[in-house]
Structure formats: structure tokens, C-alpha cells
Ligand binder design. Structure first.
Ligand code: 73E
Length: 837
């Protein structure tokens, strides 16, 4: 203990733990030190990957010292913190980001180049941390960057999956899945905290008894347990000392449990139980916007929320405050319904273990939690069957029934004699078997509920949560439009454009205050600036063309219009409609004379994205894209006028190459289905125009950048129901152009048409749920407008500049500030550099 040490010992420690300077020489020493000692390699025996490992370890040392400084100072001051509970953190690569945020990129560049390596190659040796599916997981990562950058005291809590989202390879045009064993080599971006181990229980039964005051107490006697081990991932803010933490839990067998089983002479069973314990954090469920309903997923959710709450409560208890102060110290944000069990677990801890009264406990719980809804798609709504739930978490089921009982009693008081209303609002759905509606539980247990874009937040108030708005009032249901971090999505992914902006605006303040981009608006009339702007776009397109050559073996011209749709493959996102219009374009070109062809705007249509392994129709869309590409790309009658590529294994680091290189990107979901979308923001921030429907955040992007700089088409959200009704009951005929395209597929223009029959069936009149036929004509027209606009490169470059200039609103800094001020009630706590290692 420090206080018992003699003065000299304390002084020695002080002197030795002084931080070293970050000059090239010191950094090179630290890299070489890691090469020779940590990696035990010789300089002549190095490849890019080992160089990466050494540079990563040197970076990690500097990250950890910031992490220590931040966490030490926060422990002392103990301000209110926010805990962001997310089953997904889609971080991508860490090294480049960490160096940029810590302001060490230039020094490391120099150090690495002098040591004989190319920094870009070294950076590209890092594997992505792909612990997420898509937008929801990447949003969590962007929010963590902004929280740290704005000095908010925040921790993320998630799971440390051994396997992230699967790797996608294309075999014979079909998606095939391969495991993403990303931990094959040591992961330098985590700190194992093997000393932080929490026991998590499952199953068993509940014993009720009366205490000395005649109050019924519940004692949960679990049937089994596992250990949760903490792994900490440091998240450095941009140009600040603050470094936040994401704590990821890993499951392990409990020693106690093994021993009992072993002593009973049941060796095989104890080994089996051990393997089952490890299974909990083995793999990320690969479904985006759909609910799997598997028992293991529920186990993951409880394991994670229970471990996180235990940790949060332990930290709170150290401060010796009254329980009623808990919501003054702790805000917990639920990233969708996945962590909703945290509500039940906190109620259980307070009532069963801390002996608070039900009502006191419930007041603390509801003041602590807030809930973000990310989707209105019915297939994504989480429901758990009551029998399965009871088997895994018997005490939690009782608590849920009690929460529901007390809640419905209050609803009944406010709106008497409305059985229909009670049925609709109940947390329990009366089905066979009964189902727990997690979204209802999340609303009832939270003080704020938010959607992720203006349209979406309004939509949830009139659809899935309408009755709850009537009961609680409007104030509980708010909007927090999503955002993206400009550090990763412009500064890091598009360094040339970032430099040009910094030069033009006379400094890099815009990276922490994105509204300053407005200063670019005056540059649209500056021809020299426009030229530089478009040269950078072209350089980014050359880089993407190289990636396409390597990954798809297709040569594309960087002078063509690059048209991009990259996102998870889902019917509501309508990649199918995109490829159908590509076929239409192909047929049109084929029917042209040479003279007509001369005026066609050449286009490269780029697709990327993963389909959930069990999503048959989505996988067929990938197959169709590849079949069309195979025919179009080798058709001499088309040449460079049209190319189609499907880039395999789309992920964060591939997005960092694609996003800066896009001329136009597609955000074409059926109105009312895409809650927000965030890639739309990334593209526009990088001067890419978008073609899109009036859906999600597209609407707010349109408001910010103006209708001259975006291509909007298709029906509006409020028209969708009528359109579906009309095609179902009035037999509105299929769009003729669409009919022509389908006939071409059915004639076998692209492989055996039998393959695509199930896909074509989704367009049958009356069944076209995503309204591809209804939007088809306006989509073709919008695409023609894109071609025409692109021909005028001067005007296009002005649009491109205006896009970037007016995207300030979509910084995740703005989103996070709104959450902090309107939901969490937390303040920044800037850490001071005390010069410790
Ligand atoms: O519109 C996106 C949104 O931008 C939405 O589809 C996505 O969340 C993004 C960030 O707000 C989303 N993902 C999921 N639900 N909505 C989801 C559901 C279940 C499992 C995994 C992801």
C-alpha cells in the first residue's frame, strides 16, 4: 500500500512512472522494443503483419496510459456516468483511429516509414473487430467516439464474441459464410481483466417466505451458473486526454460448479457444462432487423445485462450514497430491446437483495433507464416465450408479471373498462404459448423512449407505441436523430478531402464542430477549388477501382459514374429494385444504335452487403446481382457503358474505401421502413450525392442540403398503406417496364430462370409488399435525372460541395450532446494530463 511506503519508495515510483515524450526516436524505440521482446522477432524477419503488431502494441501503451489517467480521475471525482448497453459494437480497425485521435498519426507515420515499412500496408494488416451486424452496431461505435471526444464520462457494455459477423465469400454467385475467428492472434485493443469475474446464474426455482415484518421475500435458488470475465477496450477521444471504456464480457465455466460436479464423480457432465458455459459468448447472432428467438440468444442477453448491472451497482456502492441517489449517479441507455432484461435485473437486485420496497425500487429503476427504438419492422420485435423464459429465469418472470400487473392496474384506473386496450398494452401477449413483449417492457421501465430520425420517431408514436403515448403523454416519446463520427468517416477515411477542408477553413476546428463546414458554401463558385474537390473524388475512385479489381476481378473506369448500394441485404432496403433497374438499363443500351450509345452516361453499379444466413430471399438477391454482372460485364455491345460488381465481405474497413469514392449512393427503402440509415450520412459528408426515398434520415438530409442536391423519388410513408390496399384489392397492374424486366429474366437472359422464381414471386400483383412496382417508374426517372446531372460536371461539383458543407447536423457529436442534455443529464468531465505513464 502506497501510504505505508517510505518517502523514497513513493518518490521512486513517481519518477519512474513519468510519461515519456512522443518524439520519433522514443516511438521508434518502443516499436523496436515490442518487436524484440513482446514478439521475440528479429528485424530481418519481419513482415507487414508483425510490423502492425509492434506498432499496435506501442500505440496500445499510449492508449492505456490515457485510459488509466481518465479512469483514475473519474473514480476520484465520481461524476454521473452514462452506461451504453449494446449487444453490438461494430468498431472496425482501431490503430489508425487511435493514432489520429491521440494526435500521434504524423509521428508514427514518420517512425514507421523510417523503419522501412509502408504505413498504409501496416494499417491494412489489422483485422476488423466486427462485433455487430450493421447500422445499430456501427451507431454504438460512433457514439462511443463522440462521448469520449466530448469528455462525457461514459462506459459501453457488451459481449466479447469469439466469432464476429461471418465472413462472406461468393461461390458460383451465391453467398457462403465462413467463421470470423478474429481472435486468432492476440487482440492488442483489449485489456483482459481476469481479476474481474462475476458469477451469473440461470434456472432453478424460487422460494417464497415471510420476513420478520410479514413481508413476502423471494429467494432465487439457481440451477447453474457461469462466470463473466471483463475485457476492457479503451476508446480515446479526438484531441482530448479523455479515454473511455467499453467493457466486454466473456463467459467461462465457474470453478465452484465444476468442483461439485467433479466430486459427484460426474466428470463427463462437468466437462459438458464447461463447454456450454463458454458457448454463451461464442458467436454474434448474424440477423439484422430480425429476431431469432433462440434460447442461447436469451442466455446472452441475461448474462450480459446481469454482469453489467452487477458492475454498475458495485461501483455505485463504493460511494456509500443512499439508494435514492442511484439515478443521480447512473444513466443507462438501452440500445434497442436487446438489453431490456437489465430493467428486471435492477428491480430484482433492489427488492430481493437490497431489501428496498417494490415502489422505491421501481422509482429508481424507471429514473435510471432510457430506451432507443431502432425499427418498426414486425419481424424484428423481440418476444420471448413464457415457458422458455421461466425455465431460464424463474424469478425474473415473476417480476415481469408483477411489473405488468401494477402497470395494467394504473392503465385501468386512467382508462376504465377498456379490455381491448389492456390486451394491446400488456407486456404479456396472450398467445399459445404466452409471449413477453420486450418493447412494452422497455417502454414501461424507462423514463424516455426515442426513435432515431424525425419520421421514425413520429411513426412509432402513431403505430407501435400509440397506446403508450395516450397513457404517458407526449413528453416521454422523443426524437434523437442518428449521427456519424466525422473523425472516422471523413478525417480518417478521406484524408485528402479532410486536408483540403482544413486548408480552406483555416484550421481543423470543424472536426469537433461540424457546423463549421458551412464555410465551404462560399467555395462553390471558385473554379480552382472545384477542380481540387473533384480531383480528390477521382483519386478515391481510382483506389476503389483497385479494390474492385482485386476482389471482383473486374476492371472499371474511374471516369464512369460510381453508383453504390452497400448495406445489409434486406427486402425492405430493395436491392432487388436496384438490380431490376440495372437490367432495365442494360436492355435499353442493348436496343440502342451506336449514335444513341454515344450519349449514354457510363455507370459502374456497385453492390455490397451480407444477407442473414437463413434469409433465403435476400440470398437470392445476391445471386441475381452476380448473375446479371456475369452477363453485363462481358457483353461487347455494352462495353464500359455499364458494369456491375458485387464486392464480397462488406465491412467497416471496406466501407472506408467505398464511401469516399461514391458519386451517387442508393438509399431506396420503402417509405416508413428504414428507421434512419446512417450510411446515407457518410456518403453525403464525403461529397457523394444520394438517390433516395422519403424515408428515415433522408428526409432530414434533404432539409439540410436542399432539394437541388439530392434525387428523391417514390411514395411517401403515409401513402404506403393505401398503395398496399389498392394493389391487393383493386388489382393495380404491374408497372410495364418492370414487366419487361421480369420477362427478360424469365426468358433466361441471366442463367436458369428457375433459380429466380421465388424472388419474382414476391412481385406478384397483390403481394408486392415493398411496393417495387409502385415506385418503379419514378425510380427510373430519378436515375435518368442522375445521368443528366452528372453530364454537367461543373454543376455536379457544386452540388457535391454543397452536400459536404451542409451536413453539420449529422455529426454524432450533436446526437450525443442531445442525449446527454435531454435524457441522461450528464456533464462533460475533462481529464487533465498529469504526466503519468
Ligand atoms: O435504419 C437503421 C438505423 O439507422 C436500422 O434499421 C438499424 O439501426 C440503425 C441505427 O439506428 C436497426 N438494426 C436493428 N434494428 N434497427 C437490429 C435489430 C435486431 C438485431 C440487430 C439489429
Amino acid at each position: 500500500e502506497k501510504s505505508k511506503w517510505p518517502k523514497e519508495t513513493v518518490q521512486l515510483w513517481e519518477r519512474l512512472s513519468k510519461k515519456e515524450a512522443n518524439d520519433v526516436e522514443t516511438i521508434q524505440k518502443s516499436i523496436v522494443h515490442h518487436v524484440t521482446t513482446t514478439l521475440a522477432r528479429a528485424a530481418y524477419n519481419m513482415d507487414n503483419f508483425s510490423a502492425y503488431q509492434a506498432v499496435a502494441l506501442s500505440t496500445r501503451d499510449r492508449l492505456i496510459s490515457r485510459w488509466n489517467e481518465t479512469q483514475g480521475q473519474l473514480s476520484k471525482a465520481d461524476p454521473k456516468r452514462v452506461y451504453y448497453l449494446s449487444l453490438e459494437f461494430l468498431l472496425g480497425r482501431s490503430m489508425d483511429n487511435a493514432l489520429l485521435n491521440m494526435g500521434l498519426k504524423d509521428t508514427y507515420d514518420k517512425s514507421v516509414e523510417q523503419l522501412g515499412f509502408n504505413m498504409e500496408d501496416v494499417i491494412e494488416s489489422e483485422v476488423d473487430a466486427a462485433l455487430g451486424n450493421g447500422g445499430l452496431g456501427r451507431l454504438a461505435a460512433c457514439y462511443m467516439d463522440s462521448l469520449a471526444t466530448l469528455d462525457y464520462p461514459a462506459w459501453g457494455y457488451g459481449l466479447r464474441y469469439n466469432y464476429g459477423i461471418f465472413q462472406q465469400r461468393i461461390v458460383d454467385g451465391y453467398q457462403t459464410e465462413f467463421p470470423d475467428y478474429w481472435l486468432n492472434f492476440d487482440n492488442p485493443w483489449e485489456l483482459p481483466r481476469l481479476d474481474i469475474s462475476i458469477q451469473i446464474s440461470f434456472g432453478g426455482h424460487v422460494q417464497a417466505s415471510q420476513d420478520e415484518y410479514g413481508v413476502t421475500r423471494h429467494n432465487w435458488i439457481p440451477g447453474s451458473s457461469v462466470q463473466a470475465i471483463a475485457y476492457d477496450v479503451p476508446i480515446p477521444g479526438y484531441h482530448t486526454e479523455n479515454c473511455n471504456n467499453i467493457r466486454l464480457w466473456r463467459s467461462k465455466p465457474t470453478k465452484v460448479f465444476d468442483l461439485t460436479s467433479f466430486n459427484e464423480g460426474n466428470y463427463e457432465k462437468s466437462v459438458e457444462d464447461a463447454t456450454n458455459a463458454e458457448k454463451i459468448t461464442s458467436v454474434l447472432y448474424p440477423n439484422d432487423n430480425t429476431m431469432a428467438g433462440k434460447e442461447l440468444r436469451l442466455k446472452q442477453q441475461y448474462f450480459w445485462t446481469a454482469a453489467s448491472l452487477h458492475d454498475i451497482v458495485r461501483r455505485f456502492k463504493k460511494s456509500m450514497r443512499e439508494w435514492s441517489n442511484f439515478p443521480d449517479q447512473v444513466a443507462i441507455q438501452l440500445n434497442d430491446t436487446h438489453p431490456t432484461l437489465a430493467i428486471v435485473e435492477l428491480q430484482r437486485l433492489l427488492v430481493d437483495e437490497e431489501m428496498l420496497s417494490w415502489d422505491d425500487a421501481w422509482e429508481i429503476v424507471t429514473k435510471t433507464f432510457a430506451f432507443t427504438n431502432h425499427t418498426v419492422l414486425p419481424e424484428a420485435m423481440e418476444k420471448w416465450s413464457v415457458p422458455m423464459f421461466e425455465y431460464l429465469l424463474p424469478r425474473h418472470l415473476q417480476i415481469i408479471f408483477d411489473i405488468n400487473l401494477f402497470f395494467l392496474q394504473k392503465v385501468e384506473t386512467k382508462f376504465p373498462n377498456d379490455r381491448g386496450l389492456l390486451n394491446r398494452m400488456s407486456i404479456i401477449e396472450e398467445a399459445q404459448p404466452q409471449q413477453i413483449r420486450m418493447a412494452h417492457l422497455a417502454v414501461v421501465g424507462s423514463h424516455k423512449v426515442n426513435g432515431v430520425a424525425a419520421l421514425h420517431s413520429n411513426l412509432i408514436k402513431t403505430t407501435i407505441f400509440k397506446d403508450f403515448v395516450d397513457y404517458y403523454g407526449e413528453e416521454k416519446f422523443i426524437n434523437k436523430t442518428n449521427g456519424i463520427t466525422p473523425r472516422r468517416w471523413l478525417h480518417q477515411a478521406n484524408p485528402q478531402l479532410s486536408n483540403l477542408i482544413t486548408e480552406t477553413l483555416g484550421g481543423d476546428k470543424w472536426l469537433k464542430d461540424l457546423s463549421l463546414l458551412k464555410g465551404l458554401n462560399t467555395k462553390t463558385e471558385d473554379a480552382a477549388f472545384r477542380k481540387q474537390w473533384m480531383q480528390i473524388k477521382r483519386a478515391n475512385k481510382v483506389r476503389l477501382a483497385e479494390l474492385i479489381k482485386t476482389r471482383c476481378d473486374v476492371e472499371v473506369s474511374p471516369d464512369a459514374l460510381f453508383d453504390v448500394q452497400v448495406k445489409r441485404i434486406h427486402e425492405y432496403k430493395r436491392q432487388f429494385m436496384n438490380i431490376l433497374v440495372v437490367i432495365h438499363r442494360y436492355r435499353t443500351i442493348k436496343s440502342m444504335t451506336a449514335a444513341q450509345k454515344a450519349s449514354v452516361q457510363p455507370r459502374v453499379v456497385i453492390f455490397g452487403g451480407k444477407a442473414a444466413p437463413g434469409y433465403y430471399i435476400a440470398k437470392l438477391v445476391i445471386k441475381l446481382i452476380n448473375s446479371v454482372a456475369a452477363v453485363v460485364n462481358q457483353d461487347p455491345a455494352v462495353g464500359d457503358l455499364l458494369k456491375v460488381v458485387f464486392i464480397p465481405d462488406y465491412n467497416v474497413s471496406v466501407a472506408e474505401v467505398i464511401v469516399p469514392a461514391s458519386d451517387i449512393s442508393q438509399h431506396i427503402s420503402t417509405a416508413g421502413t428504414e428507421a434512419s440509415g446512417t450510411s446515407n450520412m457518410k456518403f453525403v459528408l464525403n461529397g457523394g450525392l444520394i438517390i433516395g426515398t422519403l424515408d428515415g434520415a433522408n428526409i432530414e438530409i434533404l432539409e439540410e442540403i436542399g432539394e437541388d442536391n439530392i434525387f428523391i423519388f417514390g411514395c411517401m410513408a403515409h401513402e404506403v398503406e393505401d398503395l398496399r390496399h389498392a394493389q391487393r384489392y383493386r388489382g393495380v397492374p404491374m408497372d410495364p417496364a418492370l414487366q419487361g424486366v421480369i420477362s427478360a429474366i424469365e426468358r433466361g437472359t441471366f442463367e436458369d430462370p428457375k433459380i429466380f422464381q421465388p424472388l419474382i414471386s414476391t412481385l406478384t400483383v397483390g403481394k408486392d409488399f415493398y411496393l417495387i412496382s409502385a415506385d418503379f417508374a419514378s425510380y427510373i426517372a430519378a436515375n435518368q435525372q442522375v445521368d443528366a446531372a452528372y453530364k454537367n460536371q461543373d454543376e455536379w461539383s457544386k452540388k457535391s460541395i454543397r452536400c459536404t458543407a451542409n451536413m453539420g447536423k449529422f455529426s454524432s457529436d450533436r446526437s450525443v450532446k442531445e442525449y446527454a442534455e435531454e435524457i441522461w443529464n450528464i456533464k462533460p468531465y475533462p481529464v487533465v494530463d498529469e504526466g503519468h505513464m
